[in-house]
Design a protein around this ligand. Structure first.
Ligand SMILES: [Zn+2]
Length: 254
């Protein structure tokens, strides 16, 4: 057993390393680091929105994080890349170099500006609001030869970066709350959820009526039978008194 132990340790380490290096797991770890930093912001002044999907001219805009503050709106795009990251403020693509292998990806600063336009379209009353784009590289990517004026940072610098941008107050508490509600309401994800919810209610009402017409109790599935009491004729569940279901519908007439 003691001869096998070192091998066992190597195998376990390899398994753990493989799990941790999986893009999804790495994404989650990076995401946690970002959220941890956002939680440090003083709650009374900074409202956080995570994973918002807004409509824009060409399709939708998925925004990782937004922080609504008295000084403006921070729009945070997180990326998980390893290797070396090269890029310039206004080039179309950035390059990831990993073991001499180069991969191009869309300039996250430009991507983030398209998110900001989508937010602006949803906030027509707040045209002159300052926006602060922030790009967070949450993976092991080393930022090399970056020629940028936008904040391109690691998760650990997020709190300080947001706290640094404290100009004159542009929004009061009510306005911050209003923007928060507007953007939450405009998020496609929420809209889809709402739509599903409404259609489920409609479906339930329809099913209830169909069952009643077939003289099946919608509540327990037993038969509905015609009854008469002081208030008149109705259909009640044959499972009475265990099931109290009754309906005033004039079933025969339909
Ligand atoms: Zn019943």
């Amino acid at each position: 057993m003691w001869i096998l132990a070192p091998w066992l340790i190597i195998i376990i380490i390899t398994i753990i390393a493989t799990i941790l290096s999986h893009p999804k797991i790495k994404g989650l770890i990076g995401e946690r680091r970002v959220r941890k930093q956002l939680r440090r912001l003083p709650e009374e002044n900074y409202k956080i929105l995570n994973d918002i999907t807004l409509k824009e001219k060409k399709g939708t805009s998925q925004i990782d994080h937004m922080v609504i503050s008295p000084y403006g709106i921070f729009v945070i795009e997180t990326k998980n890349y390893k290797g070396w990251i090269h890029g310039r403020e206004d080039s179309e693509c950035w390059v990831q170099t990993f073991y001499k292998h180069k991969t191009k990806f869309r300039n996250p600063i430009k991507q983030n500006w398209s998110h900001i336009y989508a937010i602006k379209e949803n906030l027509p009353e707040y045209k002159d609001l300052p926006y602060y784009p922030v790009i967070v590289f949450a993976g092991k990517g080393k930022l090399k030869n970056l020629d940028v004026t936008t904040d391109v940072i690691s998760p650990d610098a997020l709190f300080e970066t947001i706290m640094r941008h404290r100009g004159p107050r542009k929004l009061n508490d009510n306005e911050i709350g209003e923007i928060f509600t507007t953007l939450t309401g405009a998020s496609m994800k929420d809209k889809q959820t709402k739509r599903n919810h409404v259609s489920r209610i409609k479906w339930n009402v329809k099913m209830k009526k169909m069952k009643e017409r077939a003289l099946i109790c919608p509540q327990c599935g037993e038969q509905l039978i015609r009854r008469i009491d002081k208030s008149g004729e109705f259909y009640g569940c044959s499972n009475f008194p265990r099931c109290q279901y009754k309906t005033k519908l004039h079933l025969e007439s339909k």
